[in-house]
Design a protein around this ligand. Structure first.
Ligand code: ZN
Length: 317
């Protein structure tokens, strides 16, 4: 089951007790579908979905609220037998007029359904509206793959209202048009979690968060490993350079001719190339801290550099 289906099935199990929220849900679905067709001189509002639970929910909600039954038609995709689409058709003018009047939806001259955002007064109704538009045209990617939630509607005004409401919740929504649809989408994982919370998909939200935490942990572990590898590389490179310099000193002026405090450290570095500065310091007598060791090794680097300058030395020993 896709993550979208998981969310939608959960949403369809939410029971609405208040009439205001039931009406807001019907309004959201109709507004998002925006299929206001003229057939044989009469006007139809048609909602098409592939989600059976949603089709059932819409049908029963309309019955509960208005005591009227919309028509239902079922179509099987001829190529993909599994794909079944359900059409809920509000064909009788009686239902349509009731719906439109109740929802305070007005019809534009070009047949685009229109509504003012202020119609959605209550917080409960705004949530119902968001749930409805997600049920009718929403999808959310499996969080394992990517963070993406979108709601496609056929109605520009509806998509703007979605954006406005979500802005109040601090959720960043972008809008694009795609094949005549208006698509509101959310990209940040945090915002998707907030959206799922608002529409009441709490189990799906937990699932989403679990994946997100695991992904974060994996990223952190990778970052730490990369960082440690980089440090290790730096240490090894430094050790190789130091040993090369000491060998140059050995073959030119000789280690025994170095200042006394540099002789021991030069011998130790040559012998123990894998040891860290701290470990080298502990082998000295008297012991020396990391920065002291670093200071002496730098001196050796400087001496080697001078030898190179004098003898036009180039290339390893
Ligand atoms: Zn309400």
């Amino acid at each position: 089951m896709s993550f979208s289906t998981l969310v939608k099935d959960e949403l369809c199990r939410i029971e609405l007790h208040d009439l205001c929220c039931r009406k807001s849900e019907i309004m959201g679905v109709i507004l998002a579908s925006n299929l206001f067709t003229h057939e044989k001189g009469s006007r139809n509002v048609k909602v098409v979905t592939e989600n059976a639970a949603f089709a059932r929910r819409l049908y029963t909600t309309v019955r509960k609220v208005y005591g009227l039954s919309p028509e239902v038609s079922i179509r099987r995709n001829s190529k993909l037998k599994k794909h079944i689409s359900y059409s809920i058709i509000f064909a009788s003018m009686q239902i349509i007029n009731k719906l439109l009047y109740d929802s305070e939806i007005s019809v534009f001259h070009n047949d685009d359904l229109d509504i003012e955002e202020s119609t959605l007064k209550n917080v409960c109704c705004r949530k119902s509206f968001l749930r409805a538009v997600f049920l009718s045209g929403g999808s959310v990617s499996d969080p394992e793959k990517t963070y993406h939630l979108e709601i496609a509607t056929r109605n520009e005004k509806c998509t703007e209202i979605i954006k406005e409401i979500l802005k109040d919740y601090g959720i960043n929504v972008k809008i694009i048009t795609r094949k005549g649809n208006y698509v509101a989408y959310i990209k940040e994982g945090e915002n998707i979690v907030d959206f799922l919370n608002i529409i009441g998909a709490h189990s799906a939200l937990m699932e989403f968060e679990n994946v997100r935490i695991l992904k974060d942990m994996r990223n952190n572990v990778n970052r730490i490993v990369n960082c440690e590898t980089a440090n290790l590389e730096k240490t090894v490179n430094a050790s190789v350079r130091q040993a090369e310099n000491i060998k140059l000193i050995q073959s030119t002026i000789g280690i025994s001719n170095l200042p006394p405090n540099l002789i021991d450290i030069a011998n130790l570095r040559l012998e123990y190339s894998e040891l860290s500065l701290k470990e080298l310091g502990e082998m000295l007598n008297p012991k020396l801290g990391k920065s002291g060791v670093n200071h002496r090794l730098r001196k050796l680097d400087e001496i080697a550099e001078k030898i190179r300058e004098k003898s036009d030395y180039n290339g390893p020993v």
